[in-house]
Design a protein around this ligand. Structure first.
Ligand code: 5GP
Ligand code: ZN
Length: 138
């Protein structure tokens, strides 16, 4: 994709601090880390959102998450790690090329999500579950 910054990083056309790569994916340091060691994992091919990836490509990308998350956490001595993947501007996606954030965490680091949990209505949950199951079959 001509104007995509992560395609350019994947192609080596603009610099990045690389961690790991194979023929189909690349991990590199986030230029605006929200915690020390904040790393991104991308497919080298351009997909804007996760659902656009063929399952095989997504599976390949996902296969790198456990070892990479463990390595990032160990390398910076973090206690935990968030694995985050945003889709759509409303979710916080700023770069329109699929990427997985690996964000090291420490107790009291002040990061976090607003998580306004509500009490679920069991009937609504059933309706939503069947709508999701139906959509999965489409
Ligand atoms: P998003 O908000 O789209 O989920 O996350 C995009 C991430 O990409 C941000 O954390 C941002 O700091 C990072 N980023 C944006 N442009 C560049 C860049 O040119 N190089 C690197 N290494 N990271 C970038
Ligand atoms: Zn791209």
């Amino acid at each position: 994709m001509a104007d995509c910054i992560f395609c350019k990083i994947a192609a080596g056309e603009i610099p990045s601090t690389r961690v790991f790569e194979d023929e189909r994916c690349l991990a590199f340091m986030d230029i605006g880390p929200i915690s020390p060691g904040h790393t991104l994992l991308i497919p080298k091919a351009h997909y804007e959102r996760i659902h656009e990836m063929p399952a095989r490509e997504a599976a390949h990308l996902a296969s790198h998450i456990p070892p990479l998350a463990d390595a990032v956490r160990k390398a910076v001595g973090a206690e935990g790690i968030n694995v985050l993947q945003n889709n759509g501007a409303c979710s916080g996606q700023e770069v329109s090329h699929v990427h997985v954030h690996l964000i090291p965490r420490w107790p009291g680091d002040g990061l976090g999500f607003r998580w306004p949990a509500k009490k679920a209505d069991p009937e609504v949950l059933k309706e939503q579950a069947s709508a999701i199951a139906k959509a999965l079959g489409e």
